[in-house]
Design a binder for this molecule. Structure first.
Ligand code: BG6
Length: 462
């Protein structure tokens, strides 16, 4: 068969998920509480149809069945995370042996089926006890994370070779400290900046521990949700708004992770408004000396911006949006269920940026996907005919392919996600999987996109 898009040999084809979104068993075998368990207990109304993280797709008990299905779909790699509150209930102290047993079983089963595990250490799930002492605002929590990370490397690093420190570290900052969609549900720019900074100290501390252990063939990276900002026009005011959005939303994590230092323009801007975080020389050095080996890029939607239309209310809480407005481009194509614009070229623009401005560091698409509500209406012949998802993947892959042909160092593509999973406040509203989950019976059924993905991997292209 003549393929239009052929990918490099050894390309990582797979999918991503996370412990809190798939494991369930939130109270079993000694697992401690994390902020999601707590928030759902206190305010179940914040979650779509009141569904919390206690059940999800039950990977904790059904991991074998799910890994079998991954193999059936030809996945050669899969990212999930370790739940900190499962491995170390309370976040500090003794390791929970039941959790060690579970993660060993999962990792071994994946290798047995020829699927390489990519293990992420933190996917939005702060142990509740640590949130009570300030979460990422606290230096003590940063050190507890370094100890937790070291434990994970020691326990599983003999087999797991690809490690990830954080998934989208900007999201808990936005959700928890600015825009009210994660616990602790605060609105406080100064805290947000401190949390963002401390997360990057934690990232560097974990890398430092990783390097000390000299794990053979091991590499460690970070997963960032990036989007080039697209200004409304070339008007200098729009361009300025776009540059500032870029500093806040992309460079704030990309630069310290890859270059070991923050962009000067960002530091200057935050300083001007008197919001610099507390830091020590030691923090600066640890960030400088511990850079990532690779970047995972999560890409769902572009960020379009314009100059502010109205002066911000001087009494309203300070926000990054003090400097720019979101721009709703006429004629944009939308995924109406998630409310996100679909703009495939974004994936290419990000890769070119990494190539040109970040020394072409190895990277991969660690998430990309389409969440759709009410997919049952597309069932025919017993399974979901999700041609829209196939089209979505194809069009993104064609731009990714173009970036590779122009020399970008792209190692793979992981779809969000393998099996419909629980999504934070949206719970099971939008389904992203290659495999459908029946919430009542827990039955798994491959969608049309699953069969298509299987062929894609088999042919290493389409
Ligand atoms: C990413 C996260 O931001 O997007 C995932 O890493 C998340 O955890 C995914 O589920 C899809 O977003 P949402 O909000 O629709 O679940």
């Amino acid at each position: 068969m003549e393929l239009k898009y052929k990918f490099p040999k050894g390309f990582w084809w797979g999918a991503a998920s996370s412990a809190p979104q798939s494991e369930g068993a939130a109270k079993e075998d000694g697992k401690g509480k994390n902020i999601w368990d707590y928030w759902h207990e206190k305010q179940p109304n914040r979650f779509f149809n009141y569904i919390g993280p206690e059940k999800t797709s039950d990977f904790y008990h059904r991991y074998k069945e799910d890994i079998d299905l991954m193999k059936e779909l030809n996945l050669n790699s899969y990212r999930t995370s370790i739940s900190w509150s499962r491995l170390i209930p309370g976040g500090i102290g003794e390791v929970n042996q039941k959790a060690v047993e579970f993660y060993n079983n999962v990792i071994n089963e994946m290798f047995k089926e020829g699927i390489e595990p990519f293990i992420n250490l933190y996917h939005f799930d702060m142990p509740f006890e640590l949130q009570q002492i300030g979460g990422w605002e606290s230096k003590k929590v940063v050190e507890a994370y370094a100890v937790y990370a070291k434990n994970c490397f020691k326990l599983f690093g003999d087999r797991v070779k690809r490690w990830i420190t954080f998934n989208e570290p900007i999201v808990p900052v936005e959700g928890g400290y600015l825009y009210n969609f994660h616990y602790p549900d605060m609105v406080d720019f100064k805290k947000a900046i401190q949390v963002a900074y401390n997360t990057m100290v934690a990232n560097a501390r974990a890398i430092e521990e990783f390097r000390k252990l000299k794990i053979e063939d091991g590499s460690i990276g970070i997963v960032l949700n990036l989007s080039p900002p697209y200004p409304r026009s070339n008007n200098p005011a729009d361009l300025k708004a776009s540059t500032i959005a870029d500093l806040f939303m992309n460079r704030s994590f990309l630069d310290p992770a890859v270059k070991g230092e923050y962009p000067k323009a960002l530091v200057k801007l935050i300083e001007k408004y008197n919001h610099l975080p507390k830091y020590t020389e030691e923090n600066k050095i640890v960030i400088k000396n511990n850079k990532v080996d690779f970047i995972g890029v999560n890409y769902y939607q572009p960020r379009r911006v314009k100059a502010k239309e109205n002066l911000p209310n001087p009494e309203a809480p300070f926000m990054p949006h003090h400097f720019y407005d979101e721009y709703i481009m006429p004629g944009r194509r939308m995924n109406p269920y998630r409310g996100w614009e679909i703009y495939e070229k974004g994936i290419y623009d990000i890769m070119i940026d990494i190539k040109e401005n970040y020394e072409n560091i190895p990277c991969y698409i660690s998430e990309n996907g389409m969440g759709v509500e009410g997919e049952e209406k597309y069932i025919s012949d017993g399974f979901i005919q999700d041609d829209y998802r196939i089209d979505f993947i194809k069009s993104h892959l064609s731009w990714l392919h173009k970036s590779i042909s122009e020399g970008c160092n792209v190692k793979g593509y992981h779809l969000w996600t393998f099996l419909d999973n629980w999504s934070w406040q949206n719970a099971y509203k939008n389904r992203y999987g290659l495999v459908a989950l029946d919430l009542e019976t827990e039955k798994r059924t491959i969608k049309k996109s699953g069969y298509w993905f299987k062929e894609l991997i088999k042919n290493n292209g389409f």
